[in-house]
Design a binder for this molecule. Structure first.
Ligand SMILES: [Cu+2]
Length: 117
């Protein structure tokens, strides 16, 4: 009984201390990932809770073609922009990779459907 109580306390301490060490997370995507848009946006924005450094941004088009997207800034930031992503009609996915400031590689994707009326 005594053992399991101290084990529980240790686990609780671990849970409380983990977030301070964990890597950053996405706080916003503009336009919001999952959006259906009439045309490719002039710029796509990706925001993080803490600074990270983007290492790769790839646009996967409706025909599964892959193209590297430009992004700014090149260094560490909590907010990035992908100017003129040039998305085609259909389903587009922006796949990004970044180095979090805790040294971990993180990755994610943003989905946009271009549907001109
Ligand atoms: Cu981490």
């Amino acid at each position: 009984m005594k053992f399991s109580r101290s084990l529980a306390a240790t686990l609780l301490l671990l849970l409380v201390t983990l977030p301070a060490n964990s890597h950053t997370t996405v706080t916003e995507t503009v336009p919001r990932s999952g959006s259906v848009l009439e045309r490719s946006p002039a710029v796509v924005k990706l925001g993080f809770a803490h600074a990270a450094r983007l290492t790769s941004v790839l646009l996967v088009g409706p025909d599964d073609s892959q193209r590297k997207l430009e992004f700014t800034p090149a260094g560490s930031s909590d907010s990035f922009q992908f100017p003129d992503p040039g998305m085609a009609t259909g389903r587009n996915e922006i796949r990004w990779k970044a180095l979090s400031d805790d040294g971990h590689v993180i990755s994610g994707s943003m989905i946009y459907t271009i549907n001109p009326n």
